[in-house]
Design a protein around this ligand. Sequence first.
Ligand code: BDR
Ligand code: CA
Length: 337
Amino acid sequence: MIPIWLDCDPGHDDAIALLLACALPYFDLIGVSTVYGNATLENTTNNAMSLLTAYHHVDVQVFPGAEKPLEGFLHVATDIHGSRGLDGTPLLPMAVGVRQPDHTAVAAMAEAIQAHPGELVIVATGPLTNIALLALNYPELIPGIRLLSIMGGSIDMGNWTKWAEFNLWCDAKASKIVLEDPDLGTKTILVPLNVTHTVIATEEVLTTIQRGPHHDKYTMFRQMMYDLLTFFADSYRIKFGFDTGPPVHDVLAVAAVLPLLSQLAANDPLAPATSHDIPGLGAEFYRANLHVTTNGPKQGQIIPERTENRGTYILDKIDPAAVWGLVFTSIGILEGS
Ligand code: BDR
Ligand code: CA
């Protein structure tokens, strides 16, 4: 199993990323840390705990992190995710479990890296403030991280501004610290907006989530997931004019870990046999050194400089049906538990 840590700002698409991390048999979810972003830190932390309750993973601890960026003002995306950051359903349970003290996210991640030397995969699906603080405060631990997978950035497009994607824009200084770090950069996967926009929660996907693949599995759990994605779909229709459905960005940051590990194992004769069994998902990556613009109108923009064999792994394509397959499988696993 792959020990995985999720640093997130739930958030409807973060909720689907967390679903995969909890349910798929490839992953062992070690911990969750939270950051401001889609809502205030208070709300994203409560949302993460409620989701873990809904996903029958109350034993996974939630560590609150940064409540504002390293530099600049706090912005939250309540126009997309609602006032609490995870609006749209009355079925989300109240959080069970003990909330960890404030400002413990970075130390908890550091401890997890040390407990799983060379193995821990960190997935970041919110602004990069916690990850930048990890790199600044514990540079000696960077070599011990297996992979860092980030949903963020965009190649030749934006969503928050014409040039920038929300997560990288929110704390451009943190984005620069993380994405331009030569040690961290070479073990980072970047999942940019131009690829997340190819994996859409269509009407057909929503119906399968609500009723199961044979339309015979109506449960409260499925209805909750359906409500959340329907709210997200409505937001994207109203704000961005997406009529076919919303891109569920963050799920790809978890999913992309599987094909990259499998591709790395294919080139490593010493890789354990099980690492050859993880799914490829039709994923393709290229490599690039990244430069992040930190101020002015292009704040949060990334400029990739392609390389042959070093730098960040940029996700270039992935098979949408295979990704939805992972989501459907995860729902099937959790509704039966
Ligand atoms: C990213 O911003 C947030 O609103 C989403 O959760 C995702 O992480 C997409 O730009
Ligand atoms: Ca997010």
